[in-house]
Design a protein around this ligand. Structure first.
Ligand SMILES: Cc1cc2nc3c(=O)[nH]c(=O)nc-3n(C[C@H](O)[C@H](O)[C@H](O)COP(=O)(O)OP(=O)(O)OC[C@H]3O[C@@H](n4cnc5c(N)ncnc54)[C@H](O)[C@@H]3O)c2cc1C
Length: 276
């Protein structure tokens, strides 16, 4: 059970941050979907819903998604759907139920750095920055590896570029967390593929970029042979762990399969547009 002593709706980010850092144990609330699963006494719950962070904006270079945007809004947004061939909307659809997606927020998902997150793995293969109230802007991959904790996620900024992206996962049933999830992407420039990104999540640790495999593809281009090698490399360079859903050995085994399938999708869609 969660016990809440006080609930506030600050009128500015400054006020929210001041409360977060001055009251011991104070917490920001997103959709309260995950927080409510624990047993905890929260002295102060800070709700950001009056701060105008419920927006999805398209700028010249970036798409910006506010922290209080619901995952369901990401799924339905015309702005999100028209970029990357609707990649993010399609990924979000795999997250549990319509009801959950209509409550859970972007801020609560990304700031919490859930290891099982499908959304974070997908964001990692787009060039995504997090905008934090105190620590400013940083690349998502740096944020995930950082120790930033007492801060407020204000928004996500996703670079607008012509990029193909694919998501794959393995799970026991639809209503379960991924045992492993994988996202890959490639930038399309003058009909050629480059800027490869491969992210592996639910290892069960937080999603990480498979940098050696990415470098390998950057040097050698995308072909059936390089896909096979890059898929093996991505499994070799990752650490996998064991939890209730699967053991490390199983995760290591299925990783190259998921990466290979996702890269093959990109290659087949590109029909002759690869570098090799
Ligand atoms: C039953 C269930 C099934 C799920 N299945 C999946 C799944 O299959 N795949 C998947 O990817 N995810 C899944 N999730 C996770 C879900 O998608 C959300 O990521 C998660 O529930 C948190 O969403 P929330 O907005 O309610 O955050 P909350 O529970 O409100 O908060 C989570 C944490 O983030 C902090 N926080 C919230 N907003 C901010 C902010 N703006 N700045 C700083 N800190 C903040 C809170 O203090 C808290 O520590 C599931 C969740 C549940 C409950």
């Amino acid at each position: 059970m969660v016990l809440i002593d006080r609930y506030v709706r600050p009128k500015s980010l400054e006020e929210a941050y001041e409360l977060l850092t001055s009251v011991k144990g104070a917490r920001i609330i997103g959709g309260f979907t995950f927080m409510r699963l624990g047993t905890v006494n929260i002295p102060l719950l800070i709700d950001l819903q009056d701060l105008g962070l419920d927006f999805i904006r398209e700028g010249e270079d970036f798409i910006e998604i506010g922290a209080t945007v619901k995952l369901g809004d990401v799924e339905r947004s015309e702005v999100i759907q028209k970029h990357f061939d609707g990649f993010l909307s399609k990924t979000v659809k795999y997250i549990w139920s319509v009801q959950l997606r209509n409550i859970a927020t972007v801020g609560g998902t990304v700031f919490a750095r859930f290891g099982f997150s499908d959304f974070i793995t997908s964001l990692l293969v787009l060039n995504t920055k997090v905008k934090l109230y105190r620590n400013g802007e940083m690349l998502l991959e740096d944020f995930l590896e950082s120790r930033v904790s007492r801060d407020i996620l204000v928004s996500l900024k996703i670079e607008k570029e012509e990029r193909k992206a694919k998501f794959r996962f393995m799970r026991n049933s639809f209503y379960d967390f991924s045992i492993l999830n994988v996202a890959v992407s490639a930038k399309v420039e003058n009909g050629r593929l480059g800027g490869f990104r491969i992210a592996i999540g639910a290892r069960p640790g937080i999603a990480k970029l498979a940098r050696k495999a990415m470098e390998y593809l950057e040097k050698n281009g995308l072909s059936p042979e390089t896909i096979s090698k890059a898929s093996d490399l991505s499994a070799e360079e990752m650490e996998f762990g064991t939890d209730i859903r699967g053991d490390a050995e199983y995760r290591k085994m299925i990783c190259p399969v998921l990466v290979r399938r996702a890269l093959n999708d990109i290659l087949s869609e590109s029909s002759g547009g690869n570098r090799s």
